[in-house]
Design a protein. Structure first.
Length: 463
């Protein structure tokens, strides 16, 4: 049952980064600018950030099978719409529908897993989940590079449809209901604030990458989004005393969960930042094709996937510390290596640094997810997974916005001083990697503060 849910989650999350390589094709066939074409990825992240906060409430209301049917049905409808989209607007609409289905799938998998799997096996099973959650976005560009060799960007959706259809069919044949649905009311004000706040924050951050002309509006939108989230938090604290909050923030009073969340956000931010920078470096500056770029970055993604289950088993045996500390150090070391990118850096070095980054992330993500969720009491699982999912999207958007903004600002400054466009962009990338390295250094500090295990009651055991 968990395998089927993992497979379904892998298929839906793969779509988050599937379009990154297809942007040049899309600009050509739909006659849109690069900024507009980027929206096929931005709209997906935005929708995820806006919908995930409501999933905690939604998953408590429906049975497991109903949740699965709705998530996969919505995803399939969105994919079909994208495949036949006659205009760019309809393609964007299809991406939003796809993302809404994906947003339900992730917390559904997490909540089911924490309920069904006994604690001593959680690391092993969570290793397979990490495979879906973190490897799918890492493999997206490589897979799309392969598919794009055979034809138009529409093939990306045509290829996903039968796979998603089959996964849905087999899932419904084998899936059982877990737990009883609870009737709870939805606080519409909270839902609106979450959508506007998290959606606005991700949108504002994504505008940063589009050049200095958008600086004023993007700062305004980020501030408005952050303010709305502040009101959302106050409302949740009030509802915790009287009614049912949309997102139960008492999860954050569990120290281990809060620390795990912080570490995951920083690590995800570093991963998404490097995933944006490396294809730009390899394609724009080194002249590789999308397929060559995909193949160069594929070993890292595959290593991360294949290591997931092994890391999970090691976690069950050794606890989190022997994995997370070396993992955090590896993340920092690989990003520090990327600060030395040049026009002549050997490709094997790029491959080795990328593989080190992905392996270090694999060593970090599985224990973090397991430890963080395991620190919560069972009734908090839906809320914990929806907070985790939402902040993951915000971290991804922040990572992307941060590196692109830093790179563009530095490159623009150097071009104004008379540098060539290529050397200016390369210098911008180096500065962006330096900032990513500095941020990632914080993961080592957080990793040192984490306990090695949690017990079922959510209390921390001594190391």
């Amino acid at each position: 049952m968990v395998r089927l849910l993992v497979l379904a989650t892998f298929v839906v999350i793969l779509n988050e980064t599937l379009m990154i390589n297809a942007i040049p094709r899309l600009m050509e066939s739909m006659n849109v600018t690069e900024q507009a074409a980027q929206w096929v990825s931005t709209a997906f992240m935005l929708t995820m950030a806006a919908v995930i906060p409501v999933t905690g409430w939604f998953l408590q209301r429906v049975t497991t099978r109903q949740g699965y049917t709705i998530a996969m049905g919505v995803f399939l409808a969105g994919t079909a719409l994208c495949a036949v989209a006659p205009t760019f607007t309809i393609l964007l609409l299809g991406r939003i529908v796809q993302a809404a289905g994906t947003a339900v799938m992730m917390p559904l998998l997490m909540t089911t897993l924490m309920t069904v799997v006994p604690e001593q096996d959680r690391g092993r099973v969570m290793g397979n989940v990490t495979l879906a959650i973190s490897v799918a976005p890492a493999l997206g560009p490589a897979i799309s590079g392969l598919i794009l060799q055979f034809g138009s960007w529409r093939l990306l959706f045509v290829a996903v449809l039968p796979i998603a259809g089959a996964v849905t069919y087999f899932g419904l044949r084998h899936l059982r209901n877990i737990g009883e649905p609870q009737v709870s009311t939805l606080d519409w004000a909270s839902a609106a604030m979450a959508t506007l706040g998290f959606g606005g924050l991700v949108y504002g951050l994504s505008l940063f990458g589009e050049g200095e002309s958008n600086l004023g509006p993007s700062i305004g939108i980020v501030v408005a989004g952050a303010a709305t989230i502040a009101f959302f938090v106050l409302r949740q604290l009030k509802l915790q005393r009287t009614g049912a909050p949309l997102m139960d923030l008492r999860t954050l009073t569990h120290r281990t969960f809060a620390l795990s969340l912080a570490l995951m956000c920083i690590a995800f931010l570093a991963m998404m930042g490097s995933m944006i920078l490396l294809p730009l470096y390899l394609q724009n500056l080194r002249g590789l094709t999308p397929l060559q770029t995909g193949l160069l970055l594929m070993p890292g993604g595959l290593a991360m996937g294949l290591l997931g289950p092994t890391v999970g088993r090691l976690y069950d045996r050794l606890g989190s510390r022997p994995l997370v500390l070396p993992g955090s150090i590896g993340i920092v070391a690989s990003l520090a290596g990327f600060t030395q990118v040049s026009m002549t850096m050997p490709y094997w070095q790029v491959l080795a640094l990328h593989a080190l980054l992905m392996i270090s992330l694999a060593a970090t993500f599985t224990p973090i997810f397991t430890l963080g969720m395991g620190a919560l009491p069972p009734n908090m699982y839906p809320h914990g997974s929806s907070i985790l999912g939402t902040l993951q999207q915000v971290a991804a958007a922040l990572g992307t916005a941060l590196v692109v903004t830093v790179m563009s600002a530095r490159a623009g400054h150097l071009v104004a001083e008379g540098a060539t466009a290529a050397s200016a962009q390369l210098s911008g990338m180096k500065v962006a990697f330096v900032i990513a390295t500095v941020l990632a250094a914080a993961t080592i500090v957080v990793a040192a503060l984490l306990p090695s295990r949690t017990t079922t009651s959510g209390e921390v055991m001594a190391h």
